[in-house]
Write a protein that binds this ligand. Sequence first.
Ligand code: MIC
Ligand code: SF4
Length: 641
Amino acid sequence: MGLNLTRKILKDHLVEGTMEIGEAISIKIDHTLTQDATGTMAYLEFETLGLDRVKAERSVSYVDHNMLQVDFKNPDDHRYLRSIAKKFGIHFSRPGNGICHQVSLERFDAPGKTLIGSDSHTPTGGGMGMIAIGAGGLDVALSMAGEPYTIKMPSVVNIRLTGKLQPFVSAKDVILYLLSKFDVKGGRGKVFEYTGPGIETLSVPQRATITNMGTELGLTTSLFPSDEITRDFLKKEKREDEWVELLPDTDAQYDEVVEVELSKIEPMVAKPHSPGNVVPISELEGKPVNQVVIGSCTNSSYTDLVTAAKMLKGHKIPESVGVGLLPGSRQIMNHLADEGWIGHFVMSGVRILESACGACIGMGFAPGSNEVSIRTFNRNFLGRSGTKSAEVYLTSPEVAAASAITGKFTDPRKSGIEPFTVEIPEEFIVDDSMIIPPLSPEEAKKIDIIRGPNIKPLPLKDALADTIDGEVLLKVGDDITTDHIMPAGAQILPLRSNIPEISKHVFKVVDPEFYNRAMEKKGGFIIGGDNYGQGSSREHAAIAPSYLGIKAVIVKSFARIHLANLINFGIIPFEFKNSDDFEKIEQGDKLEIGVSDIRKQPVIMKNIAKGQEYELVHTLTDKEIDVLEAGGKLQYVKKHS
Ligand code: MIC
Ligand code: SF4
């Protein structure tokens, strides 16, 4: 029986387990990625492991999220991260060099390798033919320490692409189309592996747009083969030596097949407040727009940005619209400058922002009250832009540019602009002078780690008691994101290295009183619906609740990365055996769960207030139960080393 590419790469890296769907497998990790907003915590955790140097083949630390620098906090984190990189043998991509996923694709990703990153969009690397997975910071720290990474063996779906995209329709529309079919829960426990003649029409950056936003489907990851197109991209990046051909077997087996005819896809738009809320542009045409932002790790390729520049060239942006450009990397910014495109953006009235996450994570360029913002990003969760009342829509660069010109939602095919193609340059401008390479072990010994006053040690939980009890502090519905649990943005993001401070903001967008209640009641429980914890990989959405005394989260189902983060920080992730029980529980109910032997399922939860009992289940492995019993993964690792 022929192997698909996902299974081939996983098999090559398998350390433990059998590759049966749903079974826990541990894989060897070749590359690691961190960004500053999750990285400071990941390195604080790595430090506690007591190693002299990272053991992964290639580890890279990026600074791209916390770049506003309104006071000492962000620059102190940057300085800490730079000293850590030098101390432990890590590449350091300096602030200004670009967004982690874009730079990783350009300078570090390599076909056939495995990559773990403390950012949920790490699967961007799947566009390069590697297994790239997003994880919590602690799991990345352990991968840097040489530990294998454990996932549940995913099922592999063959997304078979045929045909060719129409002019002004691009890779973003392909992934938005898939989101319209499968929504934000449809990919859980799966890998989307792209095959078929249509893939030959997509460049590596276009493939990476699709794999990047596969995260929004809830996928474990997404994967394209490594073919001549991959080779060509690596050659242009002066890294052809890292190319290997990697294809599925001709008779490869898949668990499902989905056919997608590229020529039938239209420009698509994700409406507020979910990337899964997708409609064709025709449903929105003519609606006034106040803001347009082009860029981010989803749409920052040369083709994306030159296409937008060509469309905007010679036009003046109407006064009712503010347009921003966030080029994903310094390399792309250099091309735009070198070839005169920056000038065209500026002449049309676009505000040039820096090569960073910026507006995507609410770090500046927020829309006004009730305003309509079109963004070429991957997420439009409530309040993420910094303005809770704003309506954020996600589109391709083509729709964004056409709408920026008219001041209303515009189908680029009807914009009057003649269709054109943008060829990737013969060679990219390769300049790694903003990447500090790892020091030799001897040089590294001389480095001191520099910490600022906002960098506080990580508080750890005690070992698990036999019974856990307390009140239901909050009851929420389906699809709660980690942006709901632990919001980001300019006020809160700089507190990522200070758990006691950041904990004050837990669930702030859902219930501003949550923190006070959790403190007053000395912790308790959270009740949730389906797909609890979707979105970002931020482990702060587990660490901060753990610090506030949350003992268990009881929901209908979890999203993958958040589930792992809860376990890592000692919060028990239970699911209702009978999802109707969700309805019976209210905020304020007093619950009690005997957890001395949670290996035996179902586990009984008593509702003292209502005199009821409910059956709970979980998907925990024996090792995960040991981790929970120790109070969390760091405590467990220390006990076993
Ligand atoms: C995001 O897009 O939500 C982030 C900010 O990049 C997060 C990481 C974080 O919260 O630091 C992610 O995607 O994991
Ligand atoms: Fe940065 Fe936005 Fe990409 Fe997250 S999704 S890595 S915040 S650009």
